[in-house]
Design a protein around this ligand. Structure first.
Ligand SMILES: NC(=O)c1ccc[n+]([C@@H]2O[C@H](COP(=O)([O-])OP(=O)(O)OC[C@H]3O[C@@H](n4cnc5c(N)ncnc54)[C@H](O)[C@@H]3O)[C@@H](O)[C@H]2O)c1
Length: 425
């Protein structure tokens, strides 16, 4: 295919050489003429392993050209990849000036033509940039155009230093678009059968790029903090880290990575407190560890506010132990929610949970016992708002009717129901 690439930085250069290596005819474009001339001389303007070798091979085969003339690129391209920078402003705002300028330039060049073209943004951009910022720019600057213009976001996940491998063996390729047919881009990106192509809406694709990088940052900060504390106990850090990484079931996995309820139970809050104590004991600053309880608290408050926002006078909480198939209510976020509801509103309140052990509840949390209902159907018949925090959703849905509001904190599924369903997300 014929590609045009705007921006010859790390992302643009790697995309230029990799797509050329895959057999496409690529023209790279940068406003900085020295980057263009460097590329044309066979020397990548950014240092990245393997890139110079591929560049020289593909220059010789005629698959790579470069220019500062945007019109030349637009005229050539069936697909344009926008890879210009999106730096941070001092307050964290994303500076979209380069992407906006590129968009206006492309729109002006396309004006008066009938050229079909797909423009895929690779620069990292905030959710809704493509549809909320760039498409309106095309609406404004694209004049007398009779072609078919398609827009997409195609996030780049490569890491500098291993960029070519990351590109060729991408764990997944994401296309965000609202176009009904994005087949040209799909064809271009189905280059490795081990790299699934996910097509989603534009703002989800824009968001997941930020999620990835924030998660990487959390992992790095976590490892540095916990092993700094570990070092004070004379722990062999390499050994401890290897043992931690061995657990692909709970540690290096999707477990604990589903949004839902705050963390609680008999272990996580307690052992986190201990780790924070260790850090204080050894004068190790551990702001990430210290922030986790506060983060959890804020989340617990959001849940309560969501419940109270419905302003119902009869509330049933379905699920009060800290997770499914345990009777443990120690530091259960749901038990805390129950107490917060009782304290914060004058409601007729009830709790249902098959897992609950009434004997231990009587001993440890006698205040809640009087609210326990053992017949779910009856409890639902007597309430207006049902909060579901555990596995009971299918059963709850059997008994609710269109007078009920059901607040689903149990999972992320969207359920069909006669009742009005509400979610935290
Ligand atoms: N560097 C990475 O590892 C990486 C990885 C994934 C995503 N990203 C994202 O990709 C984008 C690009 O990152 P980068 O590191 O390659 O940036 P970069 O700063 O290295 O390169 C951007 C290039 O765009 C050029 N440019 C600016 N305006 C232009 C225009 N109107 N026409 C043509 N060229 C123009 C600049 O001269 C510069 O050479 C950013 O949004 C970044 O967040 C970067």
């Amino acid at each position: 295919m014929k590609l045009g690439i705007f921006g010859l930085g790390y992302v643009g250069v790697v995309n230029t050489v990799c797509f050329a290596e895959l057999g496409h005819q690529v023209i790279g474009c940068d406003i900085k003429s020295q980057k263009v001339s460097s590329l044309l001389s066979g020397k990548s303007p950014v240092w990245e392993p393997l890139v110079d070798d591929i560049l020289q091979k593909q220059l010789a085969s005629g698959n790579i050209k470069a220019t500062s003339n945007a019109a030349e690129v637009v005229q050539h391209a069936e697909i344009i990849l926008v890879c210009v920078g999106t730096p941070s402003m001092s307050d964290g705002t994303v500076n979209l000036d380069y992407t906006i300028n590129t968009t206006i330039e492309i729109a002006q060049i396309l004006s008066g033509t009938n050229k079909d073209i797909t423009i895929a943004y690779r620069s990292t951009i905030p959710p809704h940039s493509v549809e909320g910022t760039f498409r309106p720019l095309f609406d404004k600057y694209l004049q007398n155009y009779t072609g078919k213009l398609k827009l997409a976001f195609y996030p780049e996940f490569l890491r500098e230093g291993t960029a070519v491998k990351d590109f060729m063996e991408a764990p997944r390729i994401v296309i965000g678009t609202k176009e009904s047919d994005i087949s040209e881009l799909q064809t271009l990106l189905s280059y490795n059968q081990n790299s699934p192509v996910v097509i989603t809406d534009t703002h989800t694709a824009e968001f997941v790029k930020y999620v990835d990088n924030c998660f990487h940052a959390i992992k790095v900060a976590f490892a540095n903090e916990v092993y700094s504390i570990g070092k004070c106990f004379n722990i062999n850090i390499e050994l401890a880290n290897n043992i931690f990484l061995m657990d692909k079931h709970l540690n290096i996995s999707a477990r604990y990575l589903r949004p839902g309820l705050p963390f609680g139970g008999s272990c996580l809050p307690k052992d986190l407190r201990a780790m924070r104590y260790f850090s204080r004991l050894h004068n190790i600053e551990a702001p990430l560890m210290n922030s986790l309880t506060e983060s959890n608290e804020k989340f617990q408050e959001r849940i309560l506010q969501k419940v109270l926002s419905h302003q119902k006078s009869k509330i049933l909480l379905v699920g009060v132990t800290f997770k499914n198939f345990t009777d443990d209510v120690r530091e259960s976020p749901m038990l805390r929610l129950a107490n917060d509801i009782i304290d914060n509103s004058k409601v007729e309140f009830a709790v249902y949970d098959e897992d609950i052990n009434l004997i231990s509840l009587r001993i440890e949390n006698s205040n809640i016992v009087k609210y326990i209902e053992i017949d779910l159907q009856k409890a639902i018949a007597n309430t207006e708002l049902v909060i579901v925090t555990k596995r009971y959703m299918p059963e709850v849905l059997k008994y609710v009717n269109d007078k009920h509001i059901v607040l689903n904190f149990a999972d992320m599924k969207r359920y069909d129901s006669a009742a009005k369903l509400d979610y935290l997300y």
